[in-house]
Design a binder for this molecule. Structure first.
Ligand code: GAL
Length: 416
């Protein structure tokens, strides 16, 4: 096993070397992310490639645990404001990058790297658009994750006599029967996973076009349609576990795997967790479907890494970004992570059945941007939205939540 891993890493190194060559680098490289513990193996595979190429660089894998970066982002902000930038940090493509860090002049332009490495036509142009402004390209994407996925265990559904719901109304129809059998219809975790659920419900209720209009300000959050999203969410939350707030996303996945719950709406890092950590086979050990009402829409997000202004080890970071953006790096990382490569020339034979189906959907579906994972709105809105969600979870008032969402949209420049 160990030998096989080393052989694979060596092959990857040879491939990457073919692209970028060795360099005589020393010193440190601090990589900051929230990929700790169960989320770590894919990042470690990338680091292993880097360390093979640059054995004299001391890599510091600085992680702050907490799904979707709930804790890491706060720590990062403190460090950046305090003049203690890491060499590279995880940041979502889209508004989390542009509306938070680029706008504040905290990132270096990486256009030179895209040109040197020949990447301009290796990534989808829409994705480069999300990483760029008129003044530059600001990070390197390592993956594409899908947010709107409904996870389940096929054998359990069969035993309980239920089908995978294709709409939320179908879910609401089968949920009481599941509860009667002592099964939680929908497993939920801490509050950010409710934001995550919200975007799936929003696309289901509004459709991809109107969902996009929320972000360009042409559909008001407190319109009748906006309110309808919160109404549907309130109905769905009736069928979730009471201890959600104290669970990690992995624990919500565990509830499905252990047969305590029927479904969980989570990004496809759950596929990585079930395959890499739990050793389940996609298709037989676990199943997936678009979250109810979202077939044909792919709610996307992309993890990326950039070069902060003032990074202590700039050359080491540039070498890291080259590994991250190479086809070998992406195809070492993503099959473990549950995501697909951001690059267009990835080798799909390296991906399991889930990854291959995600790649097919990514190519065919309408793409919508994730709110919970930084694509759709800046961090100001996301932070305020988390507060709106907390209030909603206590009040369950759709009109109040919709009005509050409209107010924070205005405050954070959406639609201005
Ligand atoms: C997302 C991130 C994923 C995964 C997930 C759970 O924000 O893009 O890569 O880490 O959070 O923590």
């Amino acid at each position: 096993m160990r030998f096989l891993r080393s052989a694979a890493v060596l092959a990857a190194i040879v491939g990457v070397v073919g692209l970028v060559g060795f360099a005589d680098l020393t010193g440190e490289l601090e990589i900051f992310s929230w990929w700790a513990g169960d989320e770590g193996p894919a990042l470690e595979a990338l680091i292993e490639i880097y360390e093979g190429m640059y054995p004299d660089v001391d890599v510091i894998n600085a992680t702050v645990t907490g799904g979707s970066g709930v804790n890491a982002k706060a720590v990062l902000k403190t460090r950046m404001l305090g003049g203690d930038a890491p060499d590279s940090f995880q940041v979502h493509a889209g508004q989390e990058l542009i509306g938070t860090w680029v706008i504040a002049d905290r990132m270096e332009d990486l256009t030179f790297l895209y040109e040197d490495a020949g990447w301009m036509d290796k990534f989808p142009s829409d994705l480069i658009g999300l990483l760029g402004t008129d003044d530059g390209i600001w990070s390197v994407p390592v993956n594409i994750h899908r947010s709107n996925v409904n996870w389940y265990i096929p054998a359990n559904l069969q035993a309980w006599g239920v089908e995978v719901p294709t709409t939320w109304d179908e879910f609401l129809a089968i949920a009481p029967g599941l509860e009667a059998q002592g099964i939680v219809p929908l497993a939920l975790a801490q509050n950010w996973t409710v934001n995550h659920l919200w975007e799936s419900v929003a696309v289901a209720v509004l459709g991809a076009d109107d969902y996009a209009k929320l972000w360009d300000g042409t559909l008001a959050f407190d319109s009748d349609k906006g309110i309808a999203v919160w109404e549907k969410l309130a109905e769905i939350l009736e069928y979730t576990n009471a201890d959600a707030a104290s669970l990690s996303w992995q624990q919500a996945t565990d509830m499905v795997v252990n047969g305590q719950a029927a479904f969980n709406i989570m990004g496809d890092w759950a596929a990585g967790y079930m395959t890499t950590t739990l050793g389940l086979e996609p298709g037989t050990g676990y199943g997936w479907a678009p979250s109810p009402g979202t077939a044909g829409v792919f709610i996307a997000l992309s993890d990326s890494f950039g070069l902060p202004v003032g990074a202590p080890n700039r050359d080491n970071c540039i070498a890291w970004l080259k590994v991250l953006g190479s086809v070998e790096g992406q195809d070492a990382f993503n099959p473990i992570k549950g995501s697909i490569a951001a690059r267009l020339d990835s080798d799909l034979t390296k991906y399991n059945a889930y990854g291959q189906s995600a790649a097919a959907d990514w190519a065919a579906d309408v793409i919508a941007g994730s709110l919970a994972h930084g694509f759709a709105a800046n961090e100001g809105f996301m932070n305020d939205f988390a507060t709106v969600m907390e209030i909603f979870l206590a009040s369950k008032s759709p009109t109040q939540a919709a009005a509050a969402a409209a107010a924070i949209a205005l405050q954070n420049g959406i639609g201005n």
